[in-house]
Design a binder for this molecule. Structure first.
Ligand code: HEM
Length: 502
């Protein structure tokens, strides 16, 4: 009879736990009952099955939010198990959440990058710090090395690194060899951030027998984040444990590498050796002047600069190449502008590329359709109202520049690649609250100017020297693996422009 008793106890405990969870979920969701949203597919999982359906169809989070926004309007809710998120595309709410209200980032949405598979990743870096007071202090310490005046000093190093890629591509420009521009740009942007920010000669562009350990590690970590986000049960599946172990090894590798970078430079500064005036120098001096700063937090920042400073710009450049290939008239107009301003000059100054107004519009339009980091979340400090809907304090509110940019009401004919939208004479003025690929307000991307200068010089040099044909067999869909990137890697063949051959 004992086993019947034990079974009875187990069933009672399970029923009690389920009742408790049900009450908890029902109570949590009641606060949001007035907000529209898709019907819930499963009481416990909420909208997880809907999300999984998108993932299975090869679509992604932003594709889902775009569909839902078109169906349910500018404010809707989503439930992921016990958590509720609100999404908004309302420009006034975007302004309040990102700029005027000074609301903090949402911890729950950053958990998966702060620690990934129980291994520290972004930790308490600038991008993932949710304590506004701590963040303000650290951002102020970091701002000087991203100011335009500081970036001017990096022009020559930028030209040197980019020319290494131009030389490499010239060697491949036989009209036959297939080149993945995403790979090429990933290596270049990693070399640039390594050299300019951390005084390291990484040689990823030149030494191309294999991807560098560092590039592989970053890509693996991004895949890890992506799998984790796509499927909340991913880490519990035994069949994924080998992959998870590889990601954890990659995370440890990034940390050890970054720590070594920091400690070597610190030792050099303490010995009084010559050290380059780069971002790492600034970080180390910041630590020496503020000993209360935790070394691990400094390492977090170094990792973030490497990661954020590389993939995003590489994705932007690859998408832009695809858009230009699909719009030959725009490519020709751009090439004319580049030739008119710099001819065949090989050293391009920041001043040169800043004169290229059409180039600027092309890059903005590419970021509109293909923003590498499309989502941002804020947690209102107090109850707020969006279009008459009360949003309780502490609710994670998502905003997506990808979604806003694809809504007809904000951008007529939204899928058309049309750089003139960004012309100062354009009929429909674009407001920043509907277009924010670097986000807005105090938490805007610290590397925005850096990325813009880098992208402009790289693109101008490529357009100046090469014709390219994309491989039409590849998919030009978007792949979401933390950043949005071109599926297929933007594979093309290259030939030298006549003027360059001559
Ligand atoms: C095309 C290139 C880039 C794009 C589209 C981009 C986009 C973004 C976005 C959307 C955010 C806000 C993220 C959020 O709200 O959670 C952000 C933040 C950030 N980005 Fe970038 N980024 C780019 C390049 C760079 C570069 C080159 C660096 C560094 C060298 C960088 C460093 C950072 C950092 C440190 C933050 C956190 C800022 C803070 O919260 O204080 N980014 N970036």
């Amino acid at each position: 009879m004992d086993w019947i008793f034990v079974l009875g106890v187990v069933i009672s405990v399970v029923l009690c736990v389920l009742t408790f969870i049900s009450i908890y979920i029902t109570h949590g969701r009641r606060k949001y009952s007035h907000i529209p949203g898709p019907p819930i597919d499963n009481f416990f999982l909420g909208h997880v099955p809907l999300f999984s359906k998108y993932v299975k169809e090869g679509k992604f989070f932003n594709a889902m939010t775009l569909d839902l926004c078109k169906k349910y309007g500018p404010v809707f809710k989503m439930n992921f198990m016990h958590s509720t998120f609100v999404f908004t595309s309302d420009p006034q709410a975007v302004r309040e959440l990102q700029i005027t209200g000074n609301h903090p980032k949402s911890y729950i949405t950053l958990e998966g990058i702060i620690y990934l598979f129980s291994e520290r990743f972004f930790g308490k870096s600038l991008v993932s710090e949710t304590d506004q007071k701590v963040w303000v202090w650290r951002r102020q310490l970091m701002n000087p090395c991203f100011q335009k005046s500081y970036l001017r000093g990096l022009e020559s190093a930028l030209n040197t690194e980019i020319d290494l890629l131009i030389t490499r591509l010239a060697g491949l420009a036989d009209g036959k060899t297939e080149v993945s521009m995403l790979d090429e740009f990933n290596h270049l942007t990693l070399d640039i951030i390594g050299k300019i920010a951390f005084g390291m000669q990484m040689n990823n562009v030149v030494n191309r027998t294999e991807k560098s350990e560092f590039t592989k590690a970053i890509q693996l970590c991004f895949r890890g984040i992506s799998e984790n986000v796509r499927n909340p049960f991913f880490k519990y599946n035994f069949f994924n444990w080998n992959f998870i172990n590889d990601v954890r090894k990659a995370l440890r590798f990034l940390r050890v590498f970054s720590k070594q970078c920091f400690e070597e430079r610190k030792a050099a500064i303490e010995r009084g050796d010559y050290t380059p005036d780069d971002i790492l120098n600034h970080i180390v001096k910041m630590k020496l002047e503020n000993p209360e700063l935790d070394d691990e937090v400094i390492v977090d920042d170094i990792i973030v600069f490497f990661v954020a400073g590389q993939e995003t710009t590489a994705c932007l450049l690859s998408f832009t190449m695809i858009c230009l290939w699909q719009n030959k008239d725009i490519l020709e107009r751009l090439r004319t502008e580049v030739f008119d301003i710099v001819g065949m000059k090989s050293y391009l100054s920041i001043e040169d590329v800043n004169k290229m107004k059409y180039l600027e519009m092309v890059i903005k339009e590419s970021l509109r359709l293909y923003p590498p980091g499309p989502n941002t979340f804020r947690e209102p400090k107090h109850d707020i109202e969006i279009l008459g809907y009360k949003i309780p304090a502490g609710t994670p509110v998502a905003m997506s520049t990808y979604v806003s940019s694809r809504l007809e009401e904000f951008f007529p004919d939204p899928l058309k690649f049309f750089p003139e939208r960004f012309s100062p004479n354009a009929e429909n003025k674009i407001t920043s609250y509907t277009y924010y690929p670097f986000t807005l307000g105090p938490r805007t991307c610290i590397g925005k100017s850096f990325a813009e200068i880098e992208a402009k010089i790289i693109l101008a040099k490529i357009i100046q020297r090469f014709n390219f044909e994309m491989d039409p067999d590849q998919s030009f869909d978007i792949e979401e693996s933390t950043t949005l990137k071109p599926e297929g890697g933007a594979v093309c063949t290259l030939t030298l422009c006549d003027s360059f051959e001559g």
